[in-house]
Design a binder for this molecule. Structure first.
Ligand code: GBH
Length: 484
């Protein structure tokens, strides 16, 4: 079967499923000639507040669920925390200078809610606002588009103490926070992203417990999904109310779902998992409805659905952000998994056409980015798409020549960007790409063990930044607007 046909077999089903194919053929397909990108395509990098800022107790910042979680023994690798991280709270000028040097055009960063509202409610903390105003002004001076995310997982601890994401009040708190930020930055920010990976923070935070706040309650997870979807729409309205011309979207972690075997049961399970992870959030936002998955007669109760919620969920996003890394392997699980009707077991970071693994152990599947974009476009149609994250953990240490030859990262970027360009040829309206990440940072539960940066950070020696080979490679892609 040809690669196109492999992908088509997934699209035709409308499920994002695909069957495996010989990986050598896929490699050949992506190793061809250089590809040029459209003139106005935007090249960016991404980071997130808790992963890079440090300054955890400075500037009046309150505690977030990630402070609590990372300071709880056994939750993160080596007990690592974001207390200092990359110290970007103090070194942001250097970071901007570095980006300028590399020719970065768009910087996706996140705003720490607990810097703005230390207890998640009430008036804004001026020192917190000042930090982001200076950052945004610095970016504009450097000719870089500031592209803030309102929520990249650092919920004020006080809001978790009040029930967290399963508590409907959190969606209203989000409205206030979004309004504060819109008023503070409306004259200088033209593109906003509301939530980062609502699937990951609800699922890992409330169902499997591997991330903050670390709860293991499938029914709380379901409620959290609905509250977060409403919060997403609330923030959209709040941002638009202050300045209707701003572009507002959200970043969704989308992934291909591969049945573990050819059995009909596993294929059906993969289709259910696809609804749960790829549609449950984005479809709710774009249409006000959930995919058919939960028992129909229990859905309202399971979600805490209230009359009028369809209108509360639905907003016309200006763009859709997609984070892509790897895929899921999915089995039917007749015993169930705590979510009524879902009956799946799913393993993250797998692909039947893997061409190798990242240092994090995630399967590398470059055609997967084209496949997932085609799959999501069934829902998003002509709405512009921004790749809000894509990248790889490549932990290659500095060489004896002082340089860092991260060849695996360069190969990853080259193949994924070419597949992305193919998706654009297929008609997917992608207008920007943000590489995760500008620099090594606090990789959540994995602590500092996984390095995603095109810039190396020496955490033992004053957070010294050293661009890797991939940084120079990416700078050249940006300069030439072409992937070699
Ligand atoms: C992104 O998430 C994050 O946005 C970013 O902060 C992070 O540093 C980067 O990627 C690299 O990891 O935990 O059950 O959901 C990572 C995306 C996380 C999504 C793991 C799938 C699967 C297991 N993935 N998740 S679960």
């Amino acid at each position: 079967m040809k690669r196109r046909d492999i992908l088509k077999s997934g699209w035709a089903l409308g499920t994002g499923l695909a069957v495996s194919g010989p990986s050598t053929m896929l490699r050949a397909a992506t190793d061809s000639a250089p590809v040029a990108f459209p003139q106005n395509f935007q090249w960016g990098v991404a980071t997130a507040a808790y992963q890079i800022e440090g300054g955890a107790r400075e500037g009046g910042r309150g505690p977030s669920i990630w402070d609590t979680f990372s300071h709880t023994p056994g939750k993160t690798r080596n007990g690592d925390t974001g207390d200092v991280a990359d110290d970007s709270f103090h070194r942001w000028r250097d970071d901007i200078a570095l980006m300028k040097q590399l020719g970065i055009e768009s910087y996706r960063f996140s705003i720490a809610w607990p810097r703005i509202q230390p207890s998640g409610r009430g008036p804004a903390n001026p020192a917190g606002l000042d930090y982001y105003k200076r950052l945004v002004d610095g970016l504009l001076d450097a000719g870089i588009r500031p592209f803030p995310t309102l929520y990249h997982w650092d919920l004020p601890q006080a809001l978790e103490d009040a029930g967290g994401w399963p508590n409907r009040d959190t969606a209203d708190r989000m409205t206030d926070y979004a309004q504060i930020m819109a008023e503070a930055l409306a004259d200088r920010v033209t593109a906003w992203s509301v939530l980062n990976e609502v699937k990951t923070f609800t699922q890992a935070g409330y169902w499997d417990g591997g991330m903050a706040p670390g709860r293991k309650d499938p029914l709380a997870f379901l409620k959290a999904t609905h509250v977060a979807n409403i919060a997403n729409a609330n923030a959209f309205h709040a941002l638009k109310a202050v300045n209707p011309i701003v572009q507002v979207g959200s970043a969704y972690d989308c992934a291909n779902c591969f049945p573990a075997t050819d059995s009909d049961a596993d294929k059906a399970a993969a289709a259910r998992w696809d609804k749960m992870i790829n549609l449950w959030y984005l479809q709710a936002t774009l249409t006000g409805t959930y995919p058919e998955l939960l028992p129909a007669d229990r859905q309202a109760e399971l979600l805490g659905w209230q009359p009028g919620d369809e209108a509360r969920l639905k907003v016309p996003l200006d763009f859709v952000g997609i984070n892509y890394y790897s895929g899921w392997r999915v089995w039917d699980e007749p015993k169930g998994n705590g979510i009524p009707n879902l009956n799946t077991r799913a393993e993250w970071a797998w692909s039947p056409r893997s061409i190798g693994k990242s240092d994090f152990g995630w399967d590398i599947d470059p055609p997967g980015i084209r496949q997932i974009l085609k799959r999501m476009q069934q829902l998003t149609g002509s709405i512009p798409i921004e790749i809000t994250e894509n990248g790889i953990a490549d932990n290659t240490p500095p060489g004896s020549d002082g340089r860092i030859h991260d060849a695996k990262r360069i190969a990853y970027l080259r193949t994924h960007l070419k597949e992305l360009r193919h998706a654009m040829d297929d008609g997917v309206p992608v207008r920007a790409y943000h590489l995760w990440s500008l620099m090594d940072n606090f990789e959540w539960a994995a602590g500092y063990s996984q390095r995603f940066g095109i810039v190396h950070v020496d955490f033992d020696h004053g957070q010294k930044r050293t661009p890797r080979d991939s940084a120079f490679w990416y700078a050249n892609v940006i300069k030439t607007n072409t992937v070699p």
